[in-house]
Design a protein around this ligand. Structure first.
Ligand SMILES: [Zn+2]
Ligand SMILES: [Zn+2]
Length: 475
C-alpha cells in the first residue's frame, strides 16, 4: 500500500490523502530507489487523470529493433500516459487484411499464430506471455497496405470496432479495439479520399489526417534550408491538405482530426472552420511549440520530422493557437528510429523523434513557465481532451472523492474502495520538478530526441491504471 499524504487534486485544488492499495505486480516497473509502498509526504504534488496520446508509433510488428510494444508501453507509463492510440504504419501495415507468408514482418504475426496485424496486436500479451503496462487502442489504415492506391476494405476491419459482435470477443479483443482510421505517415491520397470518407462515415469512426503532402524536400523551405543546402518543403504543403479536408468535413459531416499541425496558415484555416461549427479537431506536438527550423543547425537530423520544423513565426503561431484554444490537444507523434538511421544525413534520415518520456516537461517548460497557459490547462490538453477524442472517459478525481469520502477535515481517496476501480487511471505529477532530460535513462528502445540535456520542469512521478500502480519514480 502506498499512501500519498497531502496531494493536490488538479482541478479543484483540494488537498487529500491518496491511498493506492495495490501495485499491478505483473506490470509494475520502477526507477532506481523509487518506492511502491509506505507513506509519502506528497505536499506540493498533483493528482490528475492519466495522460492519453492519440498518436504513437511502436514499430511492432516489423521494426522491433526501433521499438516494441513492451518498450513503447513502458515509455508511455514512465511519461505519465495511461492510454495510447497506435498508428497503423506497422510492417505489415494495420489494414485488416490477411498477412501473407514472406511479406516483411509477416513472421512475427504468423509465427505467433495470428492472421492479421490487428489480431496480433490485440493478443500481444497472450502471444508473448508478457504484461503491457498501459492501455492501448488501434488505428486502422485508410488505404490498403497504407499504399494510397485503394481504400482499405471495411469488411476486413469492422469486426474489430467496439460494439461489433462483442459477445463473441475475448478479453483482449474487447480491451484493444480499432477506434480510428488514418494513413499517418502520408496524407490520404486525393483519388481515394471520397471512398475513405464514406468508410469512415459508415463505420462511425473519425479520420486522423497526417496533413502534409510533398514529393520533394527534407526541411522547411527558407534561409535554413538554403544554408544547409537541403531542398525545402513549402509551408503551404500542410495547408493544402487541411483546406481540402475542411471542405470535405463540411460536405460529409465526417469528423476529421488533424495531426501535428505546424503552420500559422493552417491554424488560421482551422480556427475559421471551428467558428463555422465544422467537425474538425487538431493536435500539435511538443517539438512544434519548443523548436523551429533554426534548431536544425544545432540538432541536425535529430530535428528532422514530417511536417518539418517550421519558421520561428510559425512556432509562435503554434503557441498562440494553443493559448487561444484552436489546438484541442497535445500528442507526441512518438516516432522511434535508431541513431544509425538518424546519421544518414538530411536527405536519407527517417523523419520523426520520440516524445513520450519528456512531452509533459517540454510542454510545461515552454507553455506554463512561459506564461501562456496554466498547469491545469496543460493537464486538460494532455489527458482530458485526448481521452475524449479517443472515446474514453477521463477519470474524474473530484467525483470519486464525493462518492467515497464525505465530510472530513482532510478527505481520503482510497482506490481500494472506489466503485468502479477498473476505470480509474491517474498520474501523480510534480509540476515544480526541475530536471535535465537524459535519453540514456528512457525506457524506450530509441534515443532519437533533440531534447537530451534540456533543463525542463514538471515530471510524472507515478502512473496508476485500473486503480493499481504500474510505474513509480517516487522517492
Ligand atoms: Zn504524421
Ligand atoms: Zn505520426
Amino acid at each position: 500500500m502506498l499512501t500519498l499524504r497531502n496531494i493536490t487534486v488538479w482541478d479543484t485544488g483540494e488537498t487529500i490523502d491518496l491511498v493506492i492499495p495495490d501495485a499491478d505486480a505483473a506490470r509494475l516497473f520502477t526507477e532506481d530507489g523509487a518506492v511502491t509502498d509506505g507513506e509519502f509526504d506528497a505536499t506540493g504534488l498533483t493528482i490528475a487523470p492519466g495522460f492519453e496520446d492519440p498518436h504513437v508509433h511502436f514499430r511492432d510488428p516489423g521494426q522491433t529493433y526501433k521499438e516494441s510494444m513492451l518498450s513503447g508501453c513502458r515509455a508511455s507509463a514512465s511519461g505519465g500516459y495511461t492510454n495510447v492510440l497506435i498508428m497503423p504504419n506497422t510492417v505489415p501495415a494495420m489494414d485488416g487484411e490477411a498477412v501473407e507468408a514472406g511479406q516483411p514482418g509477416a513472421d512475427e504475426v504468423l509465427g505467433a499464430g495470428y492472421g492479421t496485424v490487428i489480431d496480433y496486436l490485440q493478443h500481444y500479451e497472450r502471444a508473448h506471455g508478457t504484461a503491457l503496462p498501459v492501455r492501448y487502442d488501434l488505428c486502422v489504415c485508410a488505404s490498403k497496405g497504407r499504399a494510397g492506391a485503394e481504400a482499405s476494405d471495411p469488411s476486413k476491419w469492422l469486426r474489430y470496432l467496439p460494439n461489433h459482435g462483442d459477445t463473441g470477443k475475448d478479453e483482449y479483443q474487447l480491451a484493444h479495439p480499432v477506434t480510428a482510421v488514418s494513413d499517418d505517415g502520408s496524407a490520404v491520397t486525393e483519388g481515394i479520399l471520397d471512398d475513405v470518407l464514406r468508410n469512415v462515415k459508415d463505420s462511425g469512426l473519425y479520420l486522423i489526417e497526417h496533413c502534409e503532402h510533398h514529393d520533394t524536400g527534407a526541411v522547411n523551405d527558407g534561409p535554413v534550408a538554403r544554408e544547409l543546402g537541403v531542398p525545402g518543403i513549402p509551408e503551404d504543403t500542410e495547408l493544402r491538405i487541411v483546406a481540402r479536408d475542411i471542405a470535405k468535413a463540411r460536405d460529409t459531416g465526417v469528423h476529421v482530426h488533424f495531426q501535428h499541425v505546424s503552420t500559422a496558415i493552417s491554424f488560421d484555416a482551422i480556427r475559421q472552420a471551428k467558428a463555422e461549427g465544422l467537425p474538425v479537431t487538431c493536435e500539435t506536438a511538443p517539438h512544434y511549440l519548443a523548436l523551429c527550423d533554426e534548431d536544425l543547425l544545432r540538432y541536425g537530423t535529430l530535428a528532422k520530422m514530417n511536417p518539418p520544423l517550421r519558421s520561428a513565426a510559425d512556432r509562435q503561431a503554434t503557441i498562440a493557437a494553443i493559448a487561444d484554444g484552436t489546438v484541442d490537444l497535445l500528442a507526441t507523434d512518438h516516432a522511434p528510429h535508431t541513431l544509425e538511421e538518424k546519421k544518414l544525413g538530411f536527405l536519407e534520415a527517417p523523419n520523426g523523434i520520440i516524445g513520450l518520456e519528456c512531452a509533459y516537461a517540454v510542454c510545461h517548460k515552454v507553455l506554463v513557465d512561459g506564461g501562456y497557459i496554466t498547469d491545469r490547462r496543460l493537464i486538460e490538453l494532455m489527458s482530458v481532451a485526448p481521452s475524449r477524442l479517443m472515446g474514453h472517459r477521463p477519470t474524474d478525481v473530484a467525483a470519486l472523492l464525493n462518492t467515497s469520502s464525505k465530510c472530513a477535515l482532510r478527505r481520503v481517496l482510497d482506490l481500494g474502495a472506489v466503485e468502479h476501480p477498473d476505470g480509474v487511471d491517474l498520474v501523480v505529477l510534480d509540476t515544480r520538478a526541475d530536471w535535465t532530460v537524459d535519453p540514456e535513462r528512457f525506457h524506450s528502445k530509441a534515443r532519437n530526441t533533440p531534447f537530451g540535456g534540456w533543463r525542463v520542469t514538471g515530471r510524472p512521478l507515478a502512473t496508476i491504471i485500473g486503480s493499481k500502480l504500474v510505474f513509480s519514480r517516487i522517492r
